[in-house]
Design a protein around this ligand. Structure first.
Ligand SMILES: C[S@@+](CC[C@H](N)C(=O)[O-])C[C@H]1O[C@@H](n2cnc3c(N)ncnc32)[C@H](O)[C@@H]1O
Ligand code: SF4
Ligand code: SF4
Length: 343
C-alpha cells in the first residue's frame, strides 16, 4: 500500500539544547556504582574523527543541532582518554559548535588556545574528598586528582577559558562529612560546587534491585552507601505512568559509532540501547523511532523512568557557602539570558 509522504511539518526537527556524544567507549576508573566502572569494557574504542565530523554534519543538516550547540563529549566513558582530542575539538571549531567535558580528572587535559576556544564548561566528577572515598569509588590517588584539577583549570584559564568550571560531588553516606572540605576547594578555585545524591548508575543492577533480584551482598553494599535506594519501592509505585513523557527525550545522545542512543540511562549492552545511525539513517524518522523504543514502555510502566529523572537531587542538608550562592545566581542569570537570546 502506498502511504502519503510525511508532511514537511511532520518531518521538522527542533534543535536539541543538550547533546551528548560518546567519544570513548570505556573508562579507567572503578566507580562501584557506575556501569563503566563495574563492567569494564574489554577493548576501549575511540570515535574516529571522520565519524565524529560526518555525524555532526548530518545533525546540522537535519537541524537537530545548530551552530553554537554545546556537544558534551561523554556518556558512559572518560573523554580525556581520547588520544586525538585536539582533532575532535578542531571539528567542533570547523562546524561552529561548542563543547563540554565531564571528567574523573585522572588524565590532565593538554590545554591550548585552540582547545579552550569553544570549551563551554568543564565538569569534574568527585566521589568524596579523601583518599578513603577515592579508594571506595574511583580507585585513584586523591592528591594526584587534586593536582590535576588545579593544573587543568590553571592552564585552561591561562589560555583564555572563561566558561563554567563545576565540581559534581556525588553524595554517598560515607562522604557527607567531606562536603565542606570539597566546597572550600571549589570556592578557592572559583568552581561551582554541585553536590547531588549518587545513584545506582547501572541499568541491569537497578532493574535487579527493583525486582528484589540483586545478590544479597551487593544489595547490602548498595544500601549501605547510597541514599537513593531509600524508599525506592514506594517511589516507583507512586510514579506517574499513564501519559508520562520522559524528559530524556529532550536530550540527544550518540555513541562512538555515530549511532543515536535511546537515552543516557540505558546500558550499552541492552538490546534497545541504540535506535539507528546518524551517519546512514533518516534523522527525523530515527528521532521519532527513539521515542517509541520497546524498553521505554516498560521503563515508564515500572516507574523507573520517573525515578531516574528525579533521583539526582541535591541533599536538603547542604547549605551553600556565600561564594557558591553568588555563583549559582550568576549561572541562573546567564541561563535566562541565553534562553532569551534563543527566542
Ligand atoms: C558516566 S560519567 C562519564 C564522564 C566521566 N567519566 C565522569 O565521571 O565525569 C557521566 C556523568 O555521570 C555522572 N555519574 C557517574 N556516576 C554516577 C552516579 N553513581 N551517580 C550519579 N551521577 C553519576 C558523572 O558525574 C558524569 O557527569
Ligand atoms: S562515573 Fe565516570 S569515572 Fe566513574 S566509572 Fe563511570 S565513566 Fe568512569
Ligand atoms: S523511558 Fe526509560 S529508557 Fe526510555 S528514554 Fe526514558 S529513561 Fe530512557
Amino acid at each position: 500500500m502506498n502511504r502519503p509522504s510525511p508532511s514537511p511539518d511532520h518531518r521538522r526537527v527542533r534543535p536539541f539544547h543538550a547533546v551528548y556524544f560518546e567519544i570513548v567507549s570505556g573508562c579507567n576508573a572503578r566507580c562501584a556504582y557506575c556501569h563503566s566502572g563495574v563492567q569494564r569494557v574489554a577493548r576501549m574504542r575511540f570515535v574516529e574523527t571522520a565519524v565524529f565530523r560526518a555525524s555532526l554534519q548530518r545533525l546540522l543538516t537535519a537541524q537537530a543541532i545548530a551552530p553554537g550547540t554545546v556537544i558534551s563529549l561523554y556518556n558512559w566513558g572518560e573523554p580525556l582518554l581520547h588520544p586525538r582530542l585536539p582533532e575532535l575539538v578542531g571539528v567542533i571549531d570547523e562546524l561552529r559548535l561548542r563543547y563540554a567535558i565531564s571528567t574523573n580528572a585522572s588524565r590532565p587535559l593538554a590545554a591550548s588556545p585552540a582547545l579552550v576556544r569553544n570549551l563551554d564548561h568543564l565538569i569534574f566528577s568527585m566521589p568524596g574528598f579523601s583518599q578513603a572515598a577515592y579508594d571506595r569509588i574511583h580507585g585513584f590517588v586523591f592528591p594526584e586528582i587534586v593536582r590535576n584539577i588545579e593544573g587543568m583549570l590553571r592552564d585552561c584559564r591561562a589560555h583564555g577559558f572563561r566558561g563554567r568550571g563545576v565540581i559534581s560531588y556525588h553524595v554517598y553516606r560515607f562522604n557527607v562529612a567531606e562536603l565542606r572540605a570539597a566546597e572550600r576547594f571549589a570556592d578557592r578555585l572559583r568552581l561551582e560546587f554541585n553536590p547531588y545524591f549518587a545513584i545506582l548508575n547501572h541499568w541491569w543492577e537497578l532493574n535487579a534491585y527493583r525486582q528484589d533480584q540483586l545478590p544479597p551482598e551487593r544489595r547490602a553494599e548498595a544500601e549501605r552507601d547510597l541514599f537513593t535506594l531509600d524508599g525506592m519501592a514506594a517511589a516507583l509505585a507512586a510514579a506517574p505512568k499513564a501519559g508520562y513523557r520522559c524528559p530524556q527525550n529532550d536530550y540527544l545522545v550518540l555513541d562512538e559509532n555515530g549511532r543515536i542512543v535511546t537515552c543516557c540511562q540505558i546500558a550499552r549492552d541492552h538490546p534497545d540501547f541504540a535506535c539507528g545511525s546518524a551517519l546512514h539513517d533518516d534523522i527525523p524518522a530515527l528521532l521519532r523511532r527513539r521515542t517509541r523504543q520497546p524498553v521505554c514502555a516498560e521503563c515508564i510502566g515500572s516507574g523507573l523512568a520517573h525515578y531516574l529523572n528525579t533521583a539526582l537531587r541535591r541533599p536538603d542538608f547542604y547549605r551553600p557557602s556565600l561564594r557558591q550562592r553568588i555563583m549559582h545566581l550568576k549561572t541562573r542569570l546567564q541561563r535566562v539570558l541565553k534562553r532569551i537570546g534563543r527566542n
